[in-house]
Design a protein around this ligand. Structure first.
Ligand code: G6P
Length: 613
């Protein structure tokens, strides 16, 4: 939530900051701002997107080779020009950008007001920069030391960068709970919330750890300390990311590009991990803990949003294939409800960004209680990836569209491999069925490719038919139930149509009351095991004049005849159907959003990386 970027070096800072903010815009787009120093401090900030800031600053003086920038997802204070970052200390000497929340800002603010500080915004961030200024002036300290002392008084989460007008040859940055990456170029430094603004300038990075503070100077000096004042030795890593991964590559929207990448990303997720010919599936991450996971009393899965839906599919997979009991928890509920976690439990966190605040906190809790914690993450080097005992990356590459697509299928692919590997170890599947599933996993990327070509026109047609709907219902049973939830979430997120996902049979206990001729009901009817039952559920909808759009396996005839519209997916093994059936639903939401003139990649009020609770 919120993106921050900074530059110190010989080049013009402004274009680097703007490009960086555009890369980070997925993290929030309520307002944007930059502060640049060129003998004078210039601060430009504007409600709206980075492009609005660019228009606003077009004829202004933007020269200078040190600067900080911010794109905001509002927490404290409405999204307007005044609350936009950067914020300055009262005397305009210090400037700050901040991602996170200062929880005790009320107390700090009162104490500072009593000392004569006057605030112009409603933000917690402005309080922090005043606090640093107060400490620096009253105790006559260097900036880095003042920042460090101020942070010892702060409760909450932050990634900050501070610039001092009186010392424009240095930047001070720190993090706790929100990510921050340092890019090390030739005689220059970059700072950003993730590596995407940095990769086109340098591949040498340092991921700052929690409660660390860094001082970067123009003469190339870099120092890292803990907030507790212990010097740390910097660990420089090489980025494994190419700039093309961050571009739209000929597609109109990132979401469309990411939907179409899924054949490749599923393949990438399986590469070197599954070989049907030789009959094995191996996840490097679990090798060391294979016995412990296979003998776990219980697997707890914690996640949020789309990742939670992938977790729900994992519950079906792990219980069905590996016969291990699973509970799937919303991280935000889990962390506060005093859950029972035992040492023989394994806790798996699923997160695209690896930075979701609630998921991180849930993991910390599980770690404290002695459970083995395992991360299934997309963003390399992210906080969850670094705090877990073990884990696996899904290798989907940067996902930029706010609505998650390829990360979801990557998570499901990884979880399916994990379930298969545990099933093999526990001997819970027949050899034949295990082999059949491995063979079919290898077929999935090709089937995704075919599906994307085959369903394109029917999905577009169905989108035009339902673009004006105000409500929609998504139904599924078994493995298709989490897909129904995900389909409904996709529609809500980007087209703003109210949609609910439901287990098909539960419909009778409430949602059926809503069904009439205006209510599209999407039924994911791809499971062979519950075929008759789902057919009866469709009859129940039809009897109430509901309009049924059925997702069926190709060649299916009975349900197809009952339904008003149908979308076919290639035949596959039942546990693998979510990897295919979700794809037309992603595409449908995309087309409906487009027809409703919604901002597909940056839907209102949402952010991709939710680093506040
Ligand atoms: C936000 C995003 C969703 C995502 C969820 C969890 O709500 O908009 O797409 O599913 O956060 O994020 P994570 O990075 O932990 O998967």
């Amino acid at each position: 939530m919120c993106g921050i970027v900074a530059y110190l070096g010989p080049r013009e800072a402004y274009p680097i900051l703007i490009k960086g903010l555009q890369r980070l815009e997925y993290r929030g787009y309520d307002s944007a701002g930059v502060a640049i120093y060129n003998g004078q401090l210039h601060v430009f900030k504007k409600k709206g997107k980075v492009q609005d800031l660019v228009e606003f600053a077009r004829s202004k003086e933007t020269g200078g080779n040190i600067g900080i920038g911010h794109t905001r997802w509002a927490t404290h204070g409405k999204p307007d020009d005044i609350n936009a970052h950067p914020h300055t200390s009262g005397n305009d000497r210090l400037t700050i950008v901040h991602n996170g929340i200062i929880e005790n800002y009320g107390l700090l603010k009162t104490a500072l007001e009593n000392k004569g500080h006057v605030f112009s915004s409603e933000t917690d961030t402005e309080v922090l920069v005043h606090l640093i200024d107060e400490i620096q002036r009253s105790e006559k300290l260097p900036l880095a030391e003042a920042v460090r002392l101020a942070l010892t008084e702060v409760v909450g989460a932050y990634a900050i960068v501070v610039m001092d007008r009186d010392n424009p040859d240095q930047l001070v940055a720190a993090r706790k709970g929100s990510p921050l990456v340092i890019g090390i170029g030739k005689n220059e430094f970059f700072l950003a919330s993730d590596a995407t603004p940095i990769v086109e300038h340098t591949k040498q990075v340092i991921y700052l750890n929690d409660e660390e503070i860094t001082l970067l100077t123009r003469d190339g000096h870099l120092q890292i300390k803990t907030i507790g004042n212990e010097i740390q030795s910097p660990f420089i890593e090489e980025l494994n990311m190419e700039i093309e991964m961050l571009e739209k590559g000929g597609y109109d929207y990132f979401m469309l590009k990411e939907i179409h990448e899924q054949s490749r990303t599923i393949q990438d997720c399986m590469r070197g991990r599954l070989n049907a010919g030789e009959g094995w599936v191996r996840l490097g991450g679990i090798e060391q803990y294979h016995n412990r996971i296979a003998q776990a009393d219980r697997i707890l899965i914690v996640a949020c949003g789309t990742s939670w839906h992938a977790g729900l599919i994992a519950e079906y997979l792990f219980e069905d294939l590996a016969r291990i009991p699973v509970e799937v928890e919303y991280a935000s509920e889990f962390r506060y409800r005093n859950p029972i976690i035992r040492e023989n439990d394994v806790v798996i966190a699923i997160s695209q960004s690896g930075e979701t605040a609630d998921t991180l906190a849930a993991l910390e809790l599980a770690k404290e209680k002695g459970a083995l914690i395992y991360g299934i993450v997309n963003v390399v080097g992210s906080s969850i990836a670094r705090m877990t005992d073990a884990g696996s990356y899904i290798h989907a590459g940067p996902e930029i569209g706010v609505a998650s697509t390829k990360a979801f299928t990557g998570q499901v692919t990884l979880l399916t491999m994990m379930a298969l590997s545990l099933a093999y170890k526990r001997g819970t599947l027949s050899k034949t069925y295990y082999q059949q599933l491995l063979n079919e996993m290898e077929n999935i990327p090709r089937k995704v490719e075919t599906l994307l070509q085959q369903c394109a026109s029917s999905v577009e047609y169905i989108a035009t038919e339902f673009k004006n709907a105000t409500n929609a219902l998504y139904l599924g049973r078994g493995y298709s139930f989490p897909v129904a939830l995900e389909g409904a979430l996709k529609l809500k997120e980007i087209s703003y149509i109210h949609a609910e996902g439901y287990p098909a049979a539960e419909m009778k206990h409430g949602p059926i009351a809503l069904i009439d001729e205006n209510m599209p009901v999407f039924v994911i009817a791809t499971n062979k095991s519950a075929y008759e039952k789902i057919a009866s559920n469709i009859q129940e909808v039809k009897a109430r004049k509901g309009v049924v759009i059925a997702v069926v396996t190709e060649g299916e005839e009975v349900i197809s005849k009952m339904a008003d519209y149908r979308i076919e997916i290639p035949e596959t093994e039942e546990p693998l159907t979510p990897l295919l059936s979700v794809i037309p639903l992603q595409l449908l939401s995309y087309h409906i959003a487009l027809l409703r003139n919604c901002d597909v990649d940056q839907p209102r009020n949402l952010a991709k990386s939710v680093t506040v609770e």
